[in-house]
Design a protein around this ligand. Structure first.
Ligand code: FAD
Length: 309
């Protein structure tokens, strides 16, 4: 049962931040309310004031520039899932969004709410760490800061947001030529128990850069350098060879190095991580952008040192 509350409807992000600071402790912002209202119903949170972010045009923007995709914090999962612009610029994000939650949650739940709630079982958070996304936040004094997605979440249900600060936009760099992204997850009870995003660049048949992030099984999404180093310089053809051992080793390296969230079945989650890393890297290498760059150059299946992306 929900206790009574009053809804505030600010006219701008600046006013919203001011109200949040003025009423700190008594007010919570919300967009779709899929997390906040559930937490209030279950008695985990109690606010007499709720600040409605949905009507703020600055938070509802969606733009594709030559460098990046810029998504307002109050853009819903459904809008992302159905946007032709996003489908053209970042097809892997559309594929991810189609599998988030269920149609009802996707219709009103937002990318900003997903990130700001700090729910550890998040698909977008893992994706944004692998892709090197940046998050734009605005403070109550009107100043803005842009932080790497990898620094935004500091623990389960914890973010860097200060009192009076809102997440405004998510900026995702567009993949370079030959780069492809794939996201894999395993859902146990509604939300992912483990999630992996692989962002892999292929040139002349060799992996020239790999960014692999593991989330949902871990307290916050993290990159796995041990796996990235194994993949860098490897031949795409060799990684895709079902008899090859490098891809399984890359999965095992991730499973062995990540910290699994407390309370989880550690052995099972590590197995999930190993499998999902293999699948995500495999899918990225099979994506059209990577396949187009996969023709081996003269050296064919040799390994070469490669810089990180
Ligand atoms: C049944 C179910 C299944 C789900 N499955 C998945 C899944 O498979 N994968 C996945 O990734 N997620 C999943 N989710 C999470 C879902 O993505 C989030 O519930 C949704 O995106 C939250 O958005 P919202 O706008 O409703 O957040 P709200 O409930 O409105 O807000 C959540 C929190 O974020 C804060 N907040 C919201 N917007 C901002 C902002 N701009 N700046 C600062 N703070 C803000 C609010 O104060 C609140 O504390 C699931 C959720 C449910 C209920």
């Amino acid at each position: 049962m929900l206790a009574d509350f009053t809804i505030l409807r600010p006219g701008s992000v600046a006013e919203a931040c001011r109200l949040l600071q003025e009423h700190d402790g008594e007010v919570a912002a919300y967009a779709g309310g899929t997390e906040l209202l559930l937490a209030m119903k279950l008695g985990f949170a109690d606010y007499p004031l709720l600040l409605d972010l949905k009507g703020l045009p600055e938070l509802g923007s969606l733009a594709v520039t030559p460098q990046e995709v810029r998504i307002g914090a109050a853009v819903t999962h459904r809008r992302l899932e159905r946007s032709p612009e996003i489908a053209a610029a970042l097809p892997s994000l559309v594929a991810l969004e189609r599998r988030v939650a269920n149609p009802r949650v996707r219709a009103i739940g937002t990318i900003g709410g997903n990130l700001a709630f700090g729910e550890p079982h998040s698909d977008p958070a893992t994706y944004l760490v692998a892709t090197g996304a940046r998050l734009v936040c605005q403070r109550a004094d009107g100043t803005r800061r842009t932080v790497p997605a990898a620094e935004f979440l500091t623990g389960p249900f914890e973010t860097i947001l200060e009192p009076g600060e809102l997440l405004v936009e998510v900026w995702i760099p567009r993949p370079a030529a030959g780069a492809a992204i794939a996201h894999q997850r395993m859902v146990l009870t509604e939300r992912p128990a483990a999630a992996v995003t692989a962002a892999v660049t292929v040139d002349g048949g060799l992996v020239t850069a790999a960014r692999i992030a593991v989330g949902a099984a871990t307290p916050v999404p993290i990159r796995v350098p041990a796996t990235e180093e194994l993949l860098a310089g490897a031949a795409a053809e060799g990684l895709l060879d079902p008899a090859g051992d490098l891809l399984p080793r890359a999965g095992t390296a991730a499973a062995e190095t990540v910290t699994i969230e407390s309370g989880a079945d550690v052995t099972y989650r590590r197995q999930l991580v190993a499998v999902l890393v293999r699948r995500a890297v495999h899918d990225a290498l099979r994506a059209p952008a990577a396949v187009a760059s996969s023709r081996p150059s003269r050296g064919g299946l040799t390994r070469a040192p490669a810089p990180m992306m």
